[in-house]
Design a protein around this ligand. Structure first.
Ligand code: KIV
Length: 284
């Protein structure tokens, strides 16, 4: 019997929820440009996040707070052009969803209308439930983000969140509020593993962990971290699947050396011209 090759389908929120119900894990990575987005998509990633972490790893800011709507849209458009199958999520930058629900809807809409993203992500739990509800209500899927929230890190006490009864209860309440508001997924950042497990078991939508242990329904990492491209510091929860920084450094050093020594380019890198044409040129 000839078996049919299963055609890969575009990933949707329904597909991702189905994965959770079957106990299948969801993969997510960040991307900020066309080339990397294309590799991730071709490699079978479920979802791609254009994270505002681009403020740190691409734009060189110290925090994500300065990232603007225009910067996010610019990168989302590039990533969109490289992605065919993965579910594409745009991170709403700081202050793009904090002033009013009207402004939040307008900005969320720009990610869909101008950059073609499938969904938006925003940071916050119970405090953002009304905003999430309003955005979902205009037909835009929303991913929540609780635990360590980098945009408002200054207001947090340390990195790992939910270490006492009060803050752990707040995270659980936030996850439930996000689900009730219609969020399609929740990112849990820097949450103790067993609290992430409890939250994951308490909601029907997928949880995606970053520094939240193995019991989440899926995992996300910043692509520059997992490829070993960002050398400034490596958080405890990052596994480096490659160490590209020293490879790039070595390649550039070799290039500089060869250019200085006239060893590059060689004949095979040069374009040719018929010598009779050169002979016909007028000499001054
Ligand atoms: O901006 C980002 O990359 C994120 C992930 C860390 C989840 O929000």
């Amino acid at each position: 019997m000839v078996s049919k090759v299963q055609e890969r389908k575009k990933v949707t929120p329904v597909y991702l929820k189905d994965k959770k119900s079957k106990g299948e894990k969801i993969s997510m990575l960040t991307a900020y440009d066309y080339s990397i987005a294309g590799v991730l998509d071709k490699s079978g990633i479920d979802t791609i996040l254009v994270g505002d972490s681009l403020g740190n790893v691409i734009l060189g800011y110290d925090t994500t707070a300065p990232v603007t709507m225009e910067e996010m849209l610019h990168h989302c458009k590039a990533v969109r052009r490289g992605v065919k199958y993965a579910f594409l999520i745009a991170d709403m930058p700081f202050m793009s969803y904090h002033i009013s629900i009207e402004e939040s809807k307008r900005n969320a809409g720009r990610f869909v209308k101008e950059s073609g993203c499938d969904a938006i992500k925003l940071e916050g739990g119970t405090n953002m439930a009304d905003t999430v509800y309003s955005i979902v209500n205009i037909g835009i899927p929303v991913v929540g983000h609780i635990g360590y929230t980098p945009q408002t890190a200054g207001a947090l006490d340390g990195v790992v969140q939910g270490k006492d009864v009060q803050t752990a209860q707040h995270l659980l309440d936030s996850a439930l509020a996000l689900e009730e508001a219609g969020a399609c997924m929740i990112v849990l950042e820097c949450v103790p593993e067993l609290l992430a497990k409890l939250i994951t078991e308490s909601v029907n939508i997928p949880t995606i962990g970053i520094g939240a242990g193995v019991y989440c329904d899926g995992q996300v990492l910043v692509v520059n971290d997992m490829l070993g491209l960002f050398e400034k510091f490596v958080p405890k929860f990052v596994k480096q699947y490659a160490t590209l920084y020293p490879l790039i450094e070595q390649a550039v050093k070799t290039y500089v050396k060869e250019v200085s020594a006239g060893e590059f380019p060689k004949q095979e890198h040069a374009y040719k011209i018929d010598e009779t044409i050169l002979m016909k040129l007028k000499k001054n």
